[in-house]
Design a protein around this ligand. Structure first.
Ligand code: PLP
Length: 386
């Protein structure tokens, strides 16, 4: 059996495992220090009451002969696909263009399987590191980076016919693309025959006047796939639920539609998201569920903003916190890992080094506003006492 030749070329550990290793090593030699974890961007608030109720109800139903169900459709229950098409996409799509998944990460891998080996992939930089690893592992992709240091990614720099990964609101910078920026990107993508995968995992955090979906832009259905998640908006990072939109208008350069391939692939490699998650997804998208998750999201954003202001008061240059729960901090005269060590050793705060999000993240660190309130307030006290 021959090994996938990509593995020896990858960094030894996925970013967040590396952070954990360093954090544990520091804690082992400094057992008295109480560390605050603002590194990994995981949710911490309990599930909202109506969502818990829905999970219990489905569980009870599964315990009855009348309402028991086994496998559902691989692509997801029709009711949830319809609800996403209606509530999230305002009936701009038919329900069969929505594929229900167990989260963004596994769909990234499935989507890569649509493409040829060695495909050219251009990635917004900095951004969520899973795009890079997935493209390399699945397709030995030829990767280039599109820096967002001086504005939105310049898609004229993406190789013609390549796949482009975008994320808005962006993890780690916490910033979202404007309508005009999307328009420009879609028009370049149409002209240069690019495929875009846009990750909208943080769409529900958008509070400003920014599109929540690339499909608000004319022509986007011809070039873009959107991947979404309930992980951050609804605390489903453990429960697991997401979706992908693959428009029927989206075609490869030979004119054949990506939608039918994705359907074929999905039904071959996936047996569907958990029925519990899917039924709870319906509740999340109900007016009651939406109200509950909006309250949670508001409090995460508020925490991110409080952290941001505490750092600004200490003269750090910081962005983010308005459209996503992350803040992005410039570490003057330091590398990202030096910034990581600085926060760990001086403040006992675990952050994420920006370099883990791509080359343009060098010299930055990311702090997450998704931590517990008491952790955030202790972190702010420590920053203020700096
Ligand atoms: N996309 C982005 C931008 C993320 O930051 C994360 C998690 O941090 C994910 C996707 C993961 O989503 P899921 O839990 O649906 O796999």
């Amino acid at each position: 059996m021959k090994q996938n030749s990509v593995f020896p070329t990858l960094s030894k550990q996925y970013l967040f495992q590396e952070i954990q290793t360093r954090r544990d090593a520091f804690q082992a030699t400094n057992p008295e220090k109480k560390l605050l974890f603002l590194g990994i961007g995981d949710t911490t608030q309990p599930l909202a009451p109506s969502i818990v109720k829905s999970l219990i109800q489905t569980t009870q139903e599964l315990g009855t002969a009348e309402k028991y169900v086994g496998y559902g459709p691989e692509v997801g229950e029709k009711q949830l696909r319809e609800k996403i098409a209606t509530v999230i996409y305002h009936n701009d799509f038919s329900s069969d263009e929505i594929f229900i998944s167990d989260g963004v990460n596994s769909d990234l891998l499935r989507l890569m399987l649509l493409l040829e080996e060695g495909v050219s992939v251009a990635i917004q930089d900095p951004t969520y590191p899973a795009y890079f690893d997935t493209a390399r592992i699945a397709k030995d992709a030829n990767i280039s980076f599109l820096s967002i240091t001086d504005g939105p990614p310049d898609l004229t720099k993406a190789p013609e016919g390549s796949l482009v990964f975008l994320c808005s609101p962006n993890n780690p910078t916490g910033e979202a693309f404007t309508h005009a920026q999307y328009e420009k990107m879609v028009s370049i993508a149409l002209a240069r025959k690019l495929f875009i995968i846009l990750d909208v995992a943080y769409r529900e955090f958008i509070r400003g006047d920014f599109p929540k979906s690339i499909y608000e832009i004319e022509g986007a259905k011809k070039v873009a796939i959107e991947v979404g998640s309930f992980s951050k908006s609804s605390g489903f990072s453990g429960v697991r639920l997401g979706w992908s939109v693959v428009p029927k208008e989206l075609c490869y350069e030979n004119g054949s539609p990506a939608h039918s391939d994705f359907h074929r692939l999905f039904t071959a490699v996936f047996n569907g998201a958990s029925i519990l998650s899917q039924r709870a997804g319906l509740q999340i998208l109900s007016p009651e569920g939406e109200k509950e998750i909006t309250t949670q999201i508001d409090s995460y954003l508020e925490q991110a903003q409080l952290l941001r202001e505490a750092l600004r008061a200490k003269s750090f240059s910081v962005v983010g916190g308005d459209q996503a729960p992350y803040i992005w901090v410039k570490m003057e005269n330091k590398t990202s890992w030096e910034g990581f060590d600085y926060f760990l050793k001086n403040l006992g705060i675990v952050v994420t080094p920006g370099i883990g999000f791509g080359p343009a993240g060098e010299g930055f660190i990311r702090l997450s506003g998704l931590a517990r309130p008491e952790v955030i307030s202790e972190a702010i006290s420590r920053i203020q006492a700096m």
